[in-house]
Design a protein around this ligand. Structure first.
Ligand code: NAP
Ligand code: ZN
Ligand code: ZN
Length: 349
């Protein structure tokens, strides 16, 4: 075991503190990664505040990890020391079920994915998982991604969660030329959703609480930008969209947003609010509309997304911070004042 510095939440709702955690020795198929940057996902905040009641404290968050390979096990074939790599939201799965065999590890039915933090390595030694707010991590190469040339590590880190979480549903529900896509919420997920939807050729509309970030939204690739605080938005855009990605971390009026879908349209919930969703059935029935959801994406699709991002000049818009600024960054995310992802410089941990 190797002791490495980290930032951890000791219990729910308490500021993160400097600490030391243990990383396992590098095994046969493991890659030891020197973490250079880690993105702050809203999911980290949900966990640290225990919004979902999942516990898992003390908790080292962080699942948008970008770094450099420092050591590889003897069985590793895909990576070498010095390679630029990333790790996202999962570090293991059963590897045997149909979904795992098809590269959909996120939907593992043989016991479920092992999350990068607040989980246990249930298929191996049962150790708790600890995330990327630390300086090193040891991960089986099957769950390591290659970061292509041309993507800087700090701009690539958020792609490992926010990027794949928006790319995967856009591909699954055929965002492309001739399709009208709306993105609700211009935060970490939302800004990458806009970039990917635009690059895929869709007509993109941002639905934000206000027009405060309109110039940014249009610069990021949106064709239209509306404030949801204005009731006229819902009249003007009634029946407008084939696909809506809802990236909001809070509960919204489901019926109001479903009225924006055209017949056979789909609303994909990506945000994970604390409260269950409530909608009136006619909101779906009258227009044969669908409510769906989607979780990150599988490992092969995550690599495809990184390659697509590099080829299309897509990077996260980031604000790099030191580890001592995590609390202020969390506050700003909670106030919807993030432009558009905070990324921690891990050399400050
Ligand atoms: P974020 O950066 O905080 O962005 C969320 C955006 O939602 C905000 O910037 C804001 O945009 C809007 N918003 C916030 N509160 C709102 C409210 N009360 N009413 C209306 N709009 C509001 O968060 P994120 O990191 O993108 O994550 C978003 C959600 O996705 C979280 O719940 C997270 O846990 C979840 N998530 C899910 C997956 C998955 O696999 N499905 C993966 C990652 C994250 P405007 O200022 O533009 O309105
Ligand atoms: Zn995330
Ligand atoms: Zn499986």
């Amino acid at each position: 075991m190797t002791a490495v510095p980290a930032f951890a939440a000791p219990t729910a709702g308490v500021p993160l503190q400097r600490t030391t955690i243990e990383r396992r020795p590098v095994g046969e198929n493991d890659v030891l990664i020197e973490i250079k940057y880690v993105g702050i996902c809203h999911t980290d905040i949900h966990h640290v505040r225990d919004d979902w009641g999942r516990g898992g404290f003390p908790l080292v968050p962080g699942h948008e990890i970008a770094g450099v390979v420092a050591e590889v096990g003897p069985g590793v074939t895909g990576y070498q020391v010095g390679d630029r790599v990333g790790v996202g939201c999962m570090v293991d799965s059963c590897r045997k079920c149909e979904n795992c065999r098809n590269g959909q590890e996120v939907y593992c039915t043989g016991g479920g994915l092992v999350a990068t933090y607040a989980d246990t390595m249930r298929y191996t030694d049962g150790a708790p998982t600890q995330g990327g707010y630390s300086t090193q991590i040891v991960v089986d190469e099957r769950f390591v991604l290659g970061i292509p040339e041309g993507l800087s590590l700090e701009q690539a880190a958020p792609l490992l969660c926010a990027g794949i979480t928006t790319y995967s549903p856009l591909r699954h529900w055929n965002a492309g030329p001739g399709r009208k896509v709306a993105v609700i919420g211009l935060g970490g997920l939302g800004h990458l959703g806009v970039k990917f939807a635009h690059a895929l050729g869709a007509e993109v509309t941002v639905l934000s609480q206000s027009l405060r970030k309109k110039d940014d939204g249009l610069r990021l690739g949106a064709d239209h930008y509306y404030a949801t605080s204005d009731p006229k938005t819902f009249e003007e855009l009634a029946g407008a969209f084939d696909l809506i990605l809802n990236t909001v971390s809070a509960s919204l009026d489901g019926d109001a947003y479903l009225s924006l879908l055209r017949t056979d349209g789909t609303m994909v919930y990506l945000g994970v609010p604390e409260k269950p969703l409530s909608v009136n059935m006619p909101s779906l029935m009258m227009g044969r509309k669908s409510i769906a959801s989607s979780g990150i994406g599988g490992i092969p699709e995550t690599q495809e997304m990184l390659d697509f991002a590099a080829a299309n000049g897509i990077r996260a818009d980031v604000e790099v911070i030191s580890a001592d600024e995590i609390e202020q960054a969390y506050d700003r995310v909670l106030r919807s004042d993030v432009r558009y992802r905070f990324v921690i410089d891990n050399s400050t941990i």
